[in-house]
Design a protein around this ligand. Structure first.
Ligand code: SAM
Length: 415
């Protein structure tokens, strides 16, 4: 079916809304004001919408910098003006807060992390008839776009890609496929190859792994998260503390995002803290900052992250306890929270509903909440509000350039 229509606005996923005969269609890579013709392709499990013609382009359009834009499945918003882009990001936050009836005392402008700063990526590869393809997967498809350029990632990751492609071509026969995770650490690139095809390396394959790591000055090269060769432990630095990281595991997207968030948290924290708590602490992005000011308990569920933080803590003088706990199933209860006077919360996308309920019922007065989902953040902020907290200030951070995503750093307090 072919439909013609005008894009009214962008939805939460950054796709353009067209209304036609009582139906709503969200069409990718469009801008409000575009008059378009698009095809509705009904497949087994989903419906795909494909623009066949832009009849009248929106004045909000601009030329996307990347030749892969619209096909690679990575960026969604390279084709709109900067002004519109920033407003879209801000609305992601404001609409969510409005929906939950939360009014912040202060909203700061969106801070954007620019291009070529992303320090961690995951790519897909497959050895096809035409050669080894390595890149991102096209939206709503299994098709891999062979990425020749990427404006998001750090230059040292981008320049590794042609050599990585050759390496994978030598290892994998036709039709085999897998994934590659890369982190640009302070000590070099940490690369992990994930595949069901290679379980154990033979002598020749081990030699290929070693040569690839050495020739490209990698910090470490792993197969299915088991290091094959470690030249130097891949580390990042949080508040001056070196912490080991692992490709494929959680890490904020860039050094610049770390620095910006840490500056915000430092400003939002009370000047004096008697005993701090860091919930969903990961490898300690914020814990080590807090540990400079006060004794800290850090809670996290992932064992690798806990091990990395505990190992890093041995090299510093800090009163820091790292504790393993599933905070969704076993949130800290209001009685356990009584000993803390400041809490940091940085949950995954789902938010921290159960934990925030307990914080609300506790005696804690100062809280910094970091979120990668305005929707779950606003829901949790509403609960905090019901328990007397005021949202004093909120800073939106765009650490995933040209995506629909937005990070939020927020200060809550109550009397
Ligand atoms: C958004 S990350 C933040 C990590 C850290 N604060 C940072 O900035 O690097 C969320 C963290 O929550 C952890 N996590 C996810 N589900 C959890 C759960 N149910 N209980 C405890 N921690 C959890 C993840 O392992 C991850 O480290």
């Amino acid at each position: 079916m072919i439909i013609q229509g005008t894009v009214k606005s962008l939805g939460m996923d950054a796709d353009g809304l067209v209304e036609h005969e009582g139906e709503k269609y969200y069409v990718p890579y469009t801008a409000p004001g575009d008059v378009i013709e698009f095809e509705v392709i009904k497949e087994k499990r989903r419906t795909r919408l494909n623009v066949t013609q832009i009849i009248t382009p929106s004045p909000l359009r601009t030329t996307p910098p990347c030749s892969h834009f619209g096909s690679c499945g990575g960026c969604k918003l390279q084709h709109v003006t900067n002004e519109f882009y920033l407003d879209f990001k801000m609305q992601q936050l404001m609409r969510a807060l409005d929906f939950h009836g939360v009014v912040p005392e202060e909203v700061r402008p969106v801070h954007v992390i620019p291009e070529h700063k992303r320090r961690r990526i995951s790519l897909t590869f497959a050895h096809r008839f035409e050669g080894m393809v390595l890149g991102y997967v096209r939206r709503q498809s299994k098709h891999i776009i062979d990425v020749q350029q990427c404006f998001l990632i750090r230059p040292e990751i981008e320049s590794l890609l042609p050599k990585l492609r050759d390496f994978l071509r030598m290892l994998f026969p036709h039709r085999e496929s897998g994934y590659v995770d890369i982190i640009a650490s302070r000590t070099g690139l940490d690369v992990n190859v994930k595949t069901g095809y290679l379980k154990k390396l033979n002598w020749e394959q081990s030699e290929l792994f070693t040569a690839f790591a050495v020739d490209n000055n990698l910090a470490r090269l792993s197969l299915n998260y088991r290091p094959v060769i470690t030249i130097s432990e891949p580390t990042v630095q949080f508040s001056g503390v070196n912490v080991v990281v692992e490709a494929g595991k959680f890490l904020q997207a860039s050094d610049e995002a770390d620095a910006f968030m840490l500056a915000c948290v430092e400003e939002y924290m009370p000047k004096k803290i008697a005993y701090g708590l860091d919930l969903f602490s990961g490898r300690g992005t914020f814990t080590f900052l807090l540990a400079k000011k006060a004794p800290v308990d850090a809670f996290e569920c992932e064992q690798d992250a806990i091990n990395a933080m505990q190992a890093a803590a041995k090299n510093i003088r800090a009163d820091l306890n790292v504790i393993k706990r599933d905070l969704f199933t076993y949130p800290l209860q209001k009685e356990e929270l009584a000993k803390y006077d400041f809490i940091m919360v940085d949950p995954p996308r789902a938010g921290a509903l159960q934990q925030v309920e307990q914080i609300g019922q506790s005696t804690v007065k100062d809280l910094v909440y970091i979120s990668c989902s305005p929707a779950s953040f606003a829901r949790d902020a509403q609960i905090l509000k019901q328990h007397g907290f005021v949202l004093n200030s909120v800073t939106p951070l765009d650490q995933f350039l040209w995506s629909e995503h937005l990070e939020v750093i927020a200060k809550f307090s109550r009397l």
